[in-house]
Design a protein around this ligand. Structure first.
Ligand code: PGA
Length: 252
């Protein structure tokens, strides 16, 4: 039985007071009933506050990125030990916006994934094709390559702390969602790719989230698909009512 996850990626939104307000609102509403794992990923500068406020609650806090080195001359970057010292042990890696706007390559992501593994951090690893890849019929191949290049030198035990997020780039922030069938077939494909390398057991147990314009109105039908284990939510995670409705949709 894979417990569903609803993770909110706030991206570059919310000042400290705004973030505090949103967390207060979420804490009033969100009741996981231990049926769903809830994670939120605020910007770095809000992490400390977020960890304090959610201590003892069922909401876990994640970072949106981190560097692969422990420390050093990397101006503007944040390391795994810095996050862990705040009590943050989960990180989103390989988001398509990081890949597209900050030139994160598979090679860099491999190093980051290895760093997360070595530090015992949970890695929400994002993969997903561009619209042109899908139009060219290359979407399965593209996602397979992203997985192989970044994750396939990790040992099997690393996967107990890996969550895959399938986010077709054409569906992120566009209002256009993959159909539940498109999500399901890619999730099934990801399990097949993992099964070939690491065996059926691992492939059956890894949680795979769908991301890309998930909202209260479509979450239920997407989450109902057998290989979809919840969602990575961008825009709708910035509104407590919407995010809570998505958490509710993950319970059934
Ligand atoms: P969206 O973003 O829900 O706003 O499409 C999803 C994501 O980028 O993780």
């Amino acid at each position: 039985m894979r417990t569903k996850i609803v993770a909110g990626n706030w991206k570059m939104n919310k000042t400290l007071p705004e973030a505090e307000q949103l967390i207060n609102d979420l804490l009033k509403q969100v009741d996981t009933e231990n049926k769903v794992e809830v994670i939120i990923a605020p910007p770095f500068v809000n992490l400390s506050m977020a960890v304090d406020k959610t201590q003892g609650t069922l909401i876990d806090i994640a970072a949106q990125n981190m560097h692969f080195a422990d420390s050093g001359a990397y101006t503007g970057e944040i390391s795994a030990p810095m996050l862990q010292a705040l009590g943050v042990n989960t990180v989103i890696l390989g988001h398509s916006e990081r890949r597209a706007y900050f030139n994160e390559t598979d090679e860099i992501l491999k190093q980051k994934a290895h760093q997360a593994y070595e530090k015992g951090m949970t890695n929400i690893f994002c993969v997903g094709e561009q619209l042109s890849d899908r139009q060219a019929g290359q979407h399965f191949k593209v996602v397979e390559t992203q997985l192989k290049n970044a994750l396939f030198e990790l040992p099997l035990q690393a996967y107990k702390n890996i969550i895959i997020a399938y986010e077709p780039v054409w569906a992120i922030g566009t209002g256009e969602t993959a159909t539940p069938e498109q999500a399901q077939e890619m999730h099934a494909h990801i399990r097949q790719v993992l099964a070939k390398k690491y065996g059926q057991d691992l492939a059956r147990n890894v949680r795979i989230l769908y991301g890309g314009s998930v909202k209260p109105s479509n979450a239920g039908e997407i989450f109902a698909k057998p290989d979809v284990d919840g969602g990575l939510i961008g825009g709708a995670s910035l509104n407590a009512n919407d995010f809570n409705a998505i958490v509710e949709a993950a319970k059934s």
